[in-house]
Design a protein around this ligand. Structure first.
Ligand SMILES: *Cc1c(COP(=O)(O)O)cnc(C)c1O
Length: 393
């Protein structure tokens, strides 16, 4: 029988993510509940203004989720049946699902060894039906968007940036989401900041933001002519949705955004400490091993596993969990390997070797602001034990 080495280390509880909701958020929610407007009101407008200031955007539009943001981004770009959208294979399914909901065909492209979309493969995938290129800033690390923009501009194809894991990430000094045509953010509970559920859209293009504002509220004209319209009088000028953010969510968002610089700093510190502690491991080592993080809103630490540890990844996750460490996988399969896409497109999955490797041979470790340096040191000490337990299970 395999026996784990006795450990005197007191167990710590280190969930993968935990929303950082404090008294300010709670008070803001109570205040919002006491106001006459529960959705689409002054708090939403303030959160949009604050978010624009935070990212350096001229304007931001709040939505109900990142998925909703992506859906409207594609609609605003005119994605429709017959359109092709080039999508990173290594992303959250929402990046692809939103394009599918517009009736588009997804054309998947593999990533590089760090999980960023392979720009050379994007160029080969462009054809006369291509209407957008959808990328993700994986784990918060920016895609080389300058190179991607050269390709996109050469072919006149707009870029959609999925920034759900990249709040606080800047590339060449400008926040992600402002390099391509439109950028989409998530405020899901374990992202950098949360509103419970929520999202945001930023863009340098006023035409796209006007269109998104209208789409999020049934396609009615009220946003534009609200001053002139009679109460109860409005017109639907296009087919729209209800993807609005509530005042309650925005109240939380305003407070969370105030704390974002502190959250981001903690993420960078935790990531740097954990990366140093895991560097050079034979069975487990950090991806993004040498990238600077000063301008990165780093989301998690993706650790690559040796072949022998990959074979026992479930046991490793269980061993970590036994020590109180909540690991995750980003993402469990490349999008084209998800059943819906496999059935629809029947891609030869050997076309996505790097996304396949990250999916099958990595784990994501927590670095969020709910953790301090003692938690990170605990993980650095515990991970070798968990590896031994998994290998001898
Ligand atoms: C979490 C996530 C989403 C989905 O965000 P929601 O706000 O839950 O819709 C989309 N894309 C990426 C890259 C994500 O990580």
């Amino acid at each position: 029988m395999a026996t784990a080495a006795p450990t005197l280390r007191p167990r710590r509880d280190i969930p993968f993510g935990r929303p950082m909701i404090g008294e300010a958020e709670k008070a803001a929610v109570i205040a919002a509940l006491g106001s006459p407007t529960l959705t689409h009101g002054p708090r939403v407008r303030q959160f949009e203004t604050d978010f624009a200031a935070f990212t350096g955007a001229e304007r931001a539009v709040a939505t109900s989720s990142c998925m909703a943001s992506l859906h409207m981004a594609y609609l605003a770009l005119g994605i429709e049946p017959g359109s092709e959208v080039i999508v990173a294979a290594q992303t959250h399914i929402a990046t692809a699902h939103a394009a599918e909901l517009c009736g588009a065909t997804c054309v998947f492209v593999d990533c590089d060894k760090d999980g960023a979309i392979d720009v050379a493969q994007v160029e080969s995938a462009i054809c006369s039906r291509t209407r957008a290129i959808a990328i993700v800033h994986y784990a918060g690390f920016p895609v080389d968007i300058a190179a991607l923009k050269r390709v996109a501009e050469r072919h006149g194809v707009p870029i959609v940036e999925d920034c759900a894991l990249a709040l606080g990430t800047r590339f060449n000094g400008a926040h992600v989401g402002l390099h391509g045509d439109i950028g989409c953010f998530s405020f899901y509970p374990v992202k950098h900041i949360t509103t419970g559920e929520g999202g945001m859209v930023i863009s340098r293009r006023a035409d796209l933001l006007d269109r998104v504002s209208r789409l999020r509220a049934f396609g009615i004209d009220r946003n534009i002519v609200s001053e002139r319209a009679l109460p109860g009088e409005y017109d639907a000028i296009e087919l729209g949705l209800n993807y609005r953010m509530s005042e309650i969510a925005a109240a939380i968002g305003i407070e969370q955004l105030r704390r974002a610089p502190e959250f981001l700093e903690r993420r960078r510190e935790n990531f740097t400490l954990l990366r140093e502690g895991l560097a050079g491991g034979d069975d487990l080592w950090p991806l993004h091993e040498s990238q600077p993080v000063a301008d990165v809103g780093v989301y998690c630490l993706v650790a690559m596993l040796s072949a022998r540890l990959t074979r026992v990844r479930p046991q490793l996750m269980r061993a970590l969990s036994g020590h109180g460490v909540g690991a995750s996988v980003y993402y469990p399969r490349p999008v084209p390997a998800m059943s819906y896409y496999r059935h629809k497109y029947a891609y030869d999955l050997s076309r996505f070797p790097r996304a396949g490797l990250i999916s099958s041979a990595s784990i994501a470790l927590p670095i969020g602001p709910h953790l301090d340096a003692a938690d990170i040191r605990y993980m650095i000490e515990t991970i070798p034990d968990a590896i031994q337990e998994a290998l001898s299970a």
